[in-house]
Each structure stands twice: as structure tokens, then as C-alpha cells.
Design a binder for this molecule. Structure first.
Ligand code: XUL
Ligand code: CO
Length: 430
């Protein structure tokens, strides 16, 4: 049975002039951009949770989604049919997206192992690979007060046991990475919370995972995924800088990278560009959850990315770091509640992939042109002068600076040229 009959074989690239809503207009997987193909640059992944499991339920209404796949196996059939027809190379999942959580830890483990075997077959048939796996440590009521950050060590132990199985599953499926998103690792009120303890507990879980991964020979990249709020009022991994602080404090910098999500950046009051820049500068930019938020609503709406301005800024940072290694662009995005037909999932992903393909081309062209980078280089070239070098090397004291100010004219102001640079970026987009 075909779950996505609108596409017979594969979504094809038809070019900019195509009016076929089920064709790519920009994503041409084998087209070369710089030294690599689009497919190699973009490394698209489809997420299991929103795409195949989301029901359309919201706080005000019942499920809306028409989803002919019901059992875990049917769902996986639908998923791999979708990956193949869309032509993505990767997927991502939580343990209990693919398997049903049982009444006991033992039963849940069995259910998961069975579905991992089925996924192994599907991967072998299709060549689709696992970008990353993860565990759902936030849905079950036992985690209402957090998983590793729970006041009860029994809950910590359960969470660690669940991560063990999820790491085993990720290893078996040849996953390139494993994500820790701090689901309920935060607080709703400080009145009942020992924050210092909870953060140390969280670090302990990460250290256990590092040790366990090593013991089973899992060499994939571990990531943490910042988000400032939702579901808790304050999540400890609130943004990229808070994550860096946490990783440094607990000696974890060499073991984890960041998986950055656009809507989480918005919730943190930052642009995605800011979050990416922070991570890249620290050498821990790992992977991207590609979506976008509704700036007017103020919650995590997880929409599909359609803005070329956004995708251009993301691809500028990815190109600047030399491209993804273990990471990729995972569509952690869901169709709107009214887009209830399976075909809407195709439209959504095709749009996101086209927006990123165009963003890649624009970002590459901006870099080839070189004016933007040259502008920034020239803006700081004073730091290569005698004065700049002496300040940075520590040769000049504050007193020396006072002497300098006494004996030199007022510094000349230089325009930041923001509008000029905004026009320059648009020159490549429009
Ligand atoms: C939640 C979120 C998660 C993680 C995986 O906001 O982004 O889906 O990506 O647990
Ligand atoms: Co995410």
C-alpha cells in the first residue's frame, strides 16, 4: 500500500519555472555548489515525531490529522516510503516514536529492539541513514519533575536506563549522532528547586552517556540542544551561550556539540544566526534542527522554514565552518493543524528543501563575491596595527592607554554601513 500515492516514484527537480507543487524548483541533489553537491552540503533529515506521529492536538482541540498508518510497523513503512520519495538521505527519531512504550522497562526495551530490527531492514533496503537518535525523557508522567534533574534518584536511574537503550538502538542503526534535548530539565518555580544540584545531576547523566557510548563502541557525535522554555518555565540549556557555560563548567566541551534549532533561538530572544555564530566561534556547531517560529505567537510552533533570508544566514555559517561533518539539517517541523492530509507533509518538506537549496546558492554566491567578508576584515584591520597588537599582547597598560589618549587626536568615527550591507545581501537574494 502506498501512503503517499501523489508521488509515484520520487519528487523530481524541475527547475525554477515549474508549476508542479510536487517538484523541486531549486533542490537539485546532484548539482554542484562550490566543491560539493547540494545533497552533500545540505544533508536533509526528516524527523519521525512531528511528521509521522503528531496528531494535530492542541490545548484547545482534538486530533485533526488523517494518518492511515496506525501500528508501529505501518508507521515505519509510511516513514521510509516518505524518505525515499522525497529523496532525503537521513532520518531522526526518539525511542518511543518508533516503538510503543510498554508497562515496564523490560517490555519497552523489547518493543524498541523489535522496531530497531525493522528499521535496520528498512535502512538496508533504501540506503537512508540515521542522522541521530534520542530518548523521550519528557512525555511519561514519571518525568513530570524532570528526568536527570529530578529530585528523586530513582527517576534519574530510569532515565539513564532509557538512554542506555536509546544509545544501543542508535548504535545498531549506525547513527551518526545522539541528541540530548533538555525536555523537562529545568524548573517551573525556584520555590521548590535546588538548581545547583539539578545542573550537576544533568552533567552526571551526560558523563554516564559518554562512558556508556565508549563502552559499546558508539563513536557518533553527542549533542545538546538549547531551548529556553517550554515545557518548563526555565530550561537549563537555555541558549547556546548557557550551554557553553554548562559544558565548560562540567568538563564536557570535548564530548558534546550543539544541535541548534531556529524556533528555540527565537524563544531565547536571539536570531538563529546569533546562536550559530556563538557555537561556531567555540568550535561546537554540530547540527541544525531546521524550522522557524511564529514571531507573533511566542511559543514553539515548529513551522517549516520558507524564508530565504533565514536559510541564507544559516548556510553562511555552515559554509564558514567548512560544512557539516556528522550533522545535517533535520526538519524538526510540523504541518499546521489544518493541513491534515498526508500530502501536506510532502508540500511542507519540498518547500523547506527548496528554501535551503536556494539559501545555499545565495550564501555560496555571497562568499564567492567576497565583499561582505572583506568589509568585516577591513573594519577590524586597526587591530593588526602597532597599537592593536600591543594592546592584545599585553604590552600596553591602562596607563599607556591614558598616555596615548593624551598625545593623540580624537579617534575618527567609521560608519557601520548596516544598510549598505543589508542591500548587499539582497543583491544576491532578489
Ligand atoms: C523540542 C525539540 C525536540 C528535540 C528532540 O522542542 O526540539 O524535538 O529536537 O528531542
Ligand atoms: Co529540536
Amino acid at each position: 500500500m502506498a501512503y503517499f500515492p501523489e508521488v509515484v516514484d520520487r519528487v523530481r527537480f524541475e527547475g525554477r519555472s515549474s508549476r508542479n507543487p510536487l517538484a523541486f524548483r531549486f533542490y537539485d541533489p546532484d548539482k554542484r555548489v562550490g566543491g560539493k553537491t547540494m545533497r552533500e552540503h545540505l544533508r536533509f533529515a526528516v524527523c519521525y515525531w512531528h511528521t509521522f506521529k503528531a496528531t494535530g492536538m492542541d490545548p484547545f482541540g482534538q486530533p485533526t490529522m488523517d494518518r492511515p498508518w496506525k501500528t508501529p510497523r505501518e508507521t515505519m513503512d509510511a516513514a521510509f516510503e516518505f524518505f525515499q520519495k522525497l529523496g532525503v538521505d537521513f532520518w531522526c527519531f526518539h525511542d518511543f516514536d518508533i516503538a510503543t512504550e510498554g508497562d515496564s522497562y523490560a517490555q519497552s526495551g523489547k518493543n524498541l529492539a523489535e522496531m530497531v530490527s525493522y528499521a535496520e531492514e528498512k535502512q538496508a533496503q533504501t540506503g537512508v541513514r540515521l542522522l541521530w537518535g534520542t530518548a523521550n525523557l519528557f512525555g511519561n508522567p514519571r518525568y513530570q519533575a524532570g528526568a536527570s534533574t529530578n529530585p528523586d534518584p530513582a527517576v534519574f536511574a530510569y532515565a539513564a536506563a532509557q538512554v542506555k537503550n536509546a544509545l544501543d538502538a542508535t548504535k545498531r542503526l549506525g547513527g551518526l549522532g545522539y541528541v540530548f534535548w533538555g525536555g523537562r530539565e529545568g524548573y517551573d518555580t525556584l520555590l521548590n528547586t535546588d538548581m545547583a544540584r539539578e545542573r550537576a545531576q544533568f552533567a552526571k547523566l551526560l558523563w554516564m552517556a559518554i562512558d556508556y557510548a565508549k563502552s559499546i563502541g558508539f563513536s557518533g557525535q553527542l549533542y545538546i540542544e538549547p531551548k529556553p522554555k517550554e515545557p518548563t518555565t526555565h530550561q537549563y540549556d537555555s541558549n547556546a551561550e548557557a550551554c557553553l557555560n554548562f559544558l565548560r563548567e562540567f568538563g564536557l566541551m570535548d564530548h558534546l556539540k550543539l544541535n541548534l534549532e531556529t524556533n528555540h533561538a527565537t524563544l531565547a530572544g536571539h536570531s538563529m544566526l546569533h546562536e550559530l555564530r556563538v557555537a561556531r566561534a567555540a568550535g561546537v556547531l554540530g547540527s541544525v534542527d531546521a524550522n522557524t517560529g511564529d514571531e507573533l505567537i511566542g511559543w514553539d510552533t515548529d513551522q517549516f522554514p520558507t524564508s530565504v533570508y533565514l536559510t541564507t544566514s544559516i548556510m553562511l555559517e555552515i559554509l564558514e565552518m567548512g560544512g557539516f561533518t556528522t550533522g545535517g539539517l533535520n526538519f524538526d517541523a510540523k504541518v499546521r493543524r489544518q493541513s491534515h492530509e498526508p500530502v501536506d507533509l510532502l508540500y511542507a518538506h519540498i518547500g523547506g528543501m527548496d528554501a535551503f537549496a536556494r539559501g545555499l546558492e545565495v550564501a555560496h554566491a555571497i562568499r564567492e563575491d567576497g565583499r561582505l567578508a572583506e568589509h568585516v576584515r577591513r573594519r577590524y584591520e586597526g587591530w593588526d596595527s602597532d597599537l592593536g597588537r600591543k594592546i592584545l599582547s599585553g604590552e600596553l597598560s591602562m596607563k599607556d592607554c591614558a598616555n596615548y589618549a593624551l598625545t593623540n587626536p580624537e579617534p575618527t568615527r567609521v560608519s557601520g554601513r548596516q544598510e549598505y550591507l543589508e542591500n548587499l545581501v539582497n543583491e544576491f537574494i532578489l
